[in-house]
Design a protein around this ligand. Structure first.
Ligand SMILES: [Fe+2]
Length: 385
């Protein structure tokens, strides 16, 4: 994140002697992407973070795609998936390509281990539930409607305070950031951006834990989960500063744009990744000209696959969609409002829709697991009854 942040105790200068009250040296660690030139934070541990006692391979994460590679508009009902397990270990892949994956999780327990994704950044959209994202850089309390952005390499653990918990997880090969066009040349979000730094929640409540024992870390690397056992509690950071840390923003802190006539989805853009964007459709008044058509026009997403997760049951242009639905409208066939929805939208004053959209610039694969929750007639739903 392009906002400098600091928590806990840090020395006057980087890379100088910095001791605990007992006289021991704190262990300095740089966490950052792109080697030593990307966004980074500098951490001070009570103990060396390098003390690994054991490692073992846990399991491979096989993301298998629909063997038929069916080409049509798709609709998946995520709430038909069985709830259970851990938010980080029991994610069900729905759609994926080399740049980005969309997964769904309905965890029923917090974790007694710590998790690090060493191959991707994560955007976790909290559709239901509440809790605390504990990290080595501090805590972020979360609740319904929050996006949690967790850059790769950040060790973390979830605890839940309200259930059920339902999360849409977007795993990204590239660095997840605020859209470039919202930032000025100095990195600040501009007045014209639909959200500002004030809406971005950074870690708080740094609680260094100095405990010796056996602590389990689960690390995802090259589509495989590994378990590491370390000797010291990994949340032993007494202070840190920098630009690389987890952050959160609530979907209702995204200020929707409204025009005299229909504005296209780029006005809803919330995040930027490599070869994909994420947009938020939020409750808002409709277009304000009396002759405006609020429903979207038909469109062909040339060079882009479009995915929408419906975070409430209302969506102005779709029928047969429920809370928790995911639709995939692939490049190669147009899509648009369902029959009657364009006419019905004329004169409407506002919408309460809430949805998360993922637009990918390379084709998406449908997972095998998603076939089990597919409404396979969805592609015919534009036919007149
Ligand atoms: Fe669309």
């Amino acid at each position: 994140m392009p906002i400098y942040h600091q928590l806990g105790d840090i020395p006057r200068k980087r890379h100088i002697v910095f001791r605990s009250p007992q006289g021991g040296l704190y262990a300095e660690e740089l966490i950052g992407n792109k080697g030593f030139v990307g966004p980074a934070s500098l951490l001070y541990h009570a103990h060396q973070p390098t003390h690994v006692k054991q490692t073992r391979r846990m399991r491979d994460l096989q993301w298998e795609s629909d063997p038929e590679r069916q080409f049509r508009h798709r609709h998946f009902r995520t709430h038909q998936l069985t709830a259970g397990g851990s938010l980080v270990l029991d994610r069900v892949p729905v759609l994926f390509n080399p740049d980005v994956a969309m997964l769904f999780a309905q965890p029923t327990r917090g974790d007694d281990f710590f998790y690090r994704n060493a191959q991707g950044d994560e955007i976790v959209y909290v559709a239901d539930g509440a809790g605390v994202l504990e990290t080595q850089l501090g805590d972020i309390a979360f609740s319904q409607g929050d996006y949690l952005v967790i850059p790769r390499g950040i060790l973390h653990r979830y605890t839940f305070t309200a259930t059920p918990v339902r999360c849409l997880v977007i795993e990204s090969t590239g660095y997840v950031r605020t859209p470039r066009r919202y930032r000025n040349e100095h990195g600040q979000l501009m007045e014209t951006s639909p959200y500002s730094e004030r809406d971005i929640r950074r870690p708080t409540n740094l609680r260094p834990r100095v405990e010796k024992g056996e602590f389990r870390l689960v690390v995802k690397k090259e589509n495989r989960l590994h378990e590491l056992v370390v000797e010291w509690h990994p949340f032993d950071v007494v202070g840190w500063d920098g630009y690389y840390y987890p952050w959160a923003i609530n979907i209702h802190d995204f200020e929707p744009r409204v025009g005299r006539f229909h504005l296209p989805p780029p006005v809803h853009q919330t995040f930027e990744g490599d070869h994909f964007v994420v947009c938020s459709f939020c409750p808002r008044p409709y277009d304000f000209d009396p002759s405006a058509v609020p429903a979207p026009y038909n469109h062909s997403n040339v060079m882009s696959d479009e995915v929408i997760y419906y975070a409430s049951s209302e969506f102005m242009s779709r029928k047969g969609i429920e809370y928790g639905s995911i639709t995939l409208h692939p490049d190669g066939v147009p899509h648009g409002p369902h029959p009657g929805r364009t006419e019905a939208s004329i004169g409407a004053q506002r919408t309460d829709e809430l949805a998360v959209m993922l637009d990918t610039f390379r084709p998406l694969h449908v997972s095998r697991q998603a076939l089990e929750i597919e409404d396979s007639d969805y592609y015919r739903s534009w036919l007149d009854a």
